[in-house]
Design a protein around this ligand. Sequence first.
Ligand SMILES: Nc1ncnc2c1ncn2[C@@H]1O[C@H](COP(=O)(O)OP(=O)(O)OP(=O)(O)O)[C@@H](O)[C@H]1O
Length: 258
Amino acid sequence: MNNEPILQVNSITRLYAAGKGCQEVSFDLYPGEVLGIVGESGSGKSTLLNCLSARLAPDQGDIHYLTRAAEWVNLYGLSESRQRQLQRTEWGIVHQHPRDGLRMGVSAGANIGERLMATGGRHYGDLRDTAQRWMNDVELDIARIDDKPTTYSGGMQQRLQIARNLVTHPRLVFMDEPTGGLDVSVQARLLDLLRQLVTELNLAVVIVTHDLAVARLLAQRLIVMRHGRVVETGLTDQVLDDPQHAYTQLLVSSVLTS
Ligand SMILES: Nc1ncnc2c1ncn2[C@@H]1O[C@H](COP(=O)(O)OP(=O)(O)OP(=O)(O)O)[C@@H](O)[C@H]1O
């Protein structure tokens, strides 16, 4: 792992009401590291993720990001257009529901090619070749490149959303319950694929999940949230095998007994 972080999060707070949102969250994320944010429903995971990915301005605190050009930027000191540019080029955002991350009205190939165009790709043949390669990588049938995502199954849509995000070789990927709405067998294959891609591309990832099995499989480090606050943080195996905080113990034991 690299010595310099890619993301520095300092005391981020965004509250909708007392205990609702996220409060005073701080951590560093390193290149190639997968950080899991876990906690029960309503603990503030998505609020935090939205703040990290420049989609929701925090009330307090700041976030610094190291760009591809090796320049530290203060995320909420940037213009909205620069934030959007980072989202389109240097980052990926994988939503729980593929329809939130795909353009359902255009073909699968266009969904992938469009992201490449945002980073300067222009040649139609190249865009199509790359789209095909990525469909292949995420195990989608390239014969369906001209079909719209509406004709795909939920698992296929999620694979397409992943291809759309990764085609630009992002440095940092935010994932919100990426296997959430899928059947267990589809989930398992998708998790395998994600694990493989994260390693191959040396991605830094922040992944929100309420599923500790998903966290165990993908994340090296965990942040456990409750009522908007971080109650425990540490290496995934340590946190899940030897939880220190009573809430984490409950979270882990409720999985074991369910
Ligand atoms: N736009 C909003 N307006 C008011 N309250 C909100 C808003 N968004 C979230 N909240 C509240 O903030 C709290 C944290 O929500 P958040 O979605 O971040 O939790 P979560 O841990 O991601 O939950 P889930 O796993 O169910 O998505 C919840 O009590 C939620 O009802």
